[in-house]
Write a protein that binds this ligand. Structure first.
Ligand code: ADP
Length: 268
């Protein structure tokens, strides 16, 4: 929108002149607003599991004479506290990513290694969802960046692909080397995303149709983290999706330029 927030200061300069200082505060106002929204969302997201933990603890006390019930409540208590820990971890991760645009110390990262680490982290989930995780041959691709952050981003995409896929479907992870970019694509044969939600899935705390998101234990922060990791690497993340057919998420990163050897004669 076109609204502008101006901060104006007036100072008298002697009897005849007035100095007007106008400062554009639109951006800082927008950032303040975003921060306020973020905190409001965090409080809202944390309220539910914290409330559940309290209720379950009470139920546990009153069910102490029935071992089966105690077991059931204790299991749910563990699940809720795991969820709390995950959301907290994601909030910390996202705040850290949002605090700075640039990576602290970019290093040469082997994308094949990133792919195999992210896949390994998702093997158990794939097995329990009966989803087949497939990947192509090694690409040899390299980028400048932060290996741990790239693994986190790819992990989130693969975890979602598994989460939103039916049993006995495939999730594919592939790396494509283009002229100046590397593309890491995660494709699933899952529920797909409605067209009107496609633009919103990368927003913080956005969660799709409750029917699909219910009980998945997610926080709606996963894709927002992916977006920030891609942006911090001067790249981006895109999505293609068809309802009922599946989705493909692609992280695009600038290719690392390998050092060009200096010709012999030029070395002085
Ligand atoms: P979460 O998965 O915790 O809800 P995300 O930020 O990872 O949060 O994803 C946001 C929303 O995008 C999800 O709630 C879901 O509706 C949708 N989504 C993400 N990945 C997929 C996918 N592979 N297939 C279908 N829907 C997806």
């Amino acid at each position: 929108d076109a609204s502008l927030l101006l901060f104006v200061r007036v100072a008298r300069l002697g009897a005849r002149y007035v100095l007007l200082l106008a400062e554009d505060r639109t951006e800082s106002f927008r950032l303040d607003e975003m921060r306020r929204d973020f905190i409001a969302n965090i409080s809202h997201e944390l309220k539910t599991p914290i409330g559940a933990v309290g209720l379950l603890a009470e139920a546990l006390v009153s069910a102490s004479s029935e071992p089966e019930q105690v077991k059931r409540f204790a299991k749910r208590l563990t699940k809720e506290s795991e969820r709390l820990a995950r959301i907290t971890q994601e909030i910390i991760e996202l705040s850290r990513l949002q605090a700075t645009d640039a990576l602290a110390r970019p290093e040469l990262v082997d994308i094949d290694l990133v792919v195999s680490m992210a896949i390994d982290q998702n093997r158990v989930a794939a097995e329990s969802h009966e989803v087949l995780l497939v990947t192509k041959a090694k690409s040899g691709a390299r980028v400048y960046g932060d290996e741990a952050l790239l693994v986190t981003a790819l992990h989130n995409l693969i975890a979602n692909a598994i989460q939103y896929s039916p049993v006995r479907s495939r999730v594919g992870v592939g790396v494509i080397r283009r002229d100046d970019v590397i593309e890491i694509a995660v494709t699933d044969q899952g529920a797909g995303i409605p067209a009107d939600e496609l633009d919103r899935v990368f927003e913080r705390f956005f969660r799709g149709d409750p029917a699909r998101s219910r009980n998945t234990g997610g926080s709606g922060l996963g894709l927002s983290i992916v977006k920030h990791v891609a942006q911090n690497h001067s790249g981006d993340v895109r999505v293609w999706s068809q309802l009922g057919k599946g989705s493909t998420f692609t992280i695009r990163l600038p290719k690392a330029i390998t050092a060009i050897p200096i010709p012999q004669g030029a070395q002085k």
